[in-house]
Design a protein around this ligand. Structure first.
Ligand code: MN
Length: 230
């Protein structure tokens, strides 16, 4: 065994199941609710889904306070349904895709909106806008049975107690099995992979001192407090 020059970065672990869920990769679906695509000024693309990723090290557990990040003056919340992969999936059909899912959770895809939009305008990657430190916030996971068949469940977010996002999962453009089937054509999905499935309309900015709370019917809620600027 070779000594390490420095301590390896710890793997984030999500609570909620019989044992901890170590986070591997974080895939995020873009524009998966029509009303949100519209508020972003983009027509819905039903041809195929698209993705960006966040580093596992961006993981934050619900209930924490994290600083307002550097490099932005327009830091946004995006409340999302999170799918936790619990079995390998590669080139799976839509019909077989759900056997790869072990759990669901609530997630926040925190975003430097100003940088995402300027990168988008220049046809550049979104990393500075999306792969933000402390920007992948997860509530405790729940087994798939807790959510049941996806459809009428309400997904909501409040900012300092005021409802900002309020939709139902039936508004998802790409369904969970469609996303898994498509994504598994490009990646060997494996246990530890999380998929943030996109946000409903109503995204907006936060400021230091703000508190976000979000939930999805049947799942454990989440919260995040925004600390002073980093
Ligand atoms: Mn998002």
């Amino acid at each position: 065994m070779t000594d390490l020059l420095f301590a390896a970065t710890p793997t984030p672990v999500l609570p909620g199941l019989a044992a901890g869920y170590p986070v591997g990769r974080i895939f995020c679906v873009g524009r998966n609710y029509a009303a949100h695509a519209a508020e972003m000024g983009i027509a819905v693309d039903r041809e195929k889904p698209f993705y960006f990723t966040k580093s596992a090290t961006a993981t934050v557990l619900s209930g924490e306070t994290k600083p307002y990040p550097p490099g932005t003056t327009n830091y946004h919340y995006e409340m999302e349904l999170v799918v936790a992969i619990g079995a390998p999936a590669f080139k799976v059909s839509v019909n077989d895709a759900m056997s790869a899912v072990i759990a669901y959770g609530c997630g926040l895809d925190m975003t430097r909106r100003d940088l995402q939009l300027s990168e988008r305008a220049h046809q550049r990657p979104w990393d500075l806008g999306k792969d933000v430190e402390n920007s992948a916030v997860f509530g405790p996971l729940s087994p798939v049975e807790a959510l049941g068949e996806i459809g009428p469940q309400r997904i909501w977010l409040t900012l300092n107690g005021e409802v900002k996002q309020d939709a139902t999962l039936s508004e998802l453009i790409w369904s969970v099995p469609e996303i898994i089937s498509h994504l598994s054509g490009f990646y060997h999905l494996r246990p530890g992979d999380l998929i943030m499935t996109g946000t409903p309309a109503g995204v907006g900015p936060v400021l230091p001192g703000d508190r976000l709370e979000g939930g999805i019917d049947g799942l454990e809620p989440l919260s995040l407090s925004i600390g002073p600027a980093d």
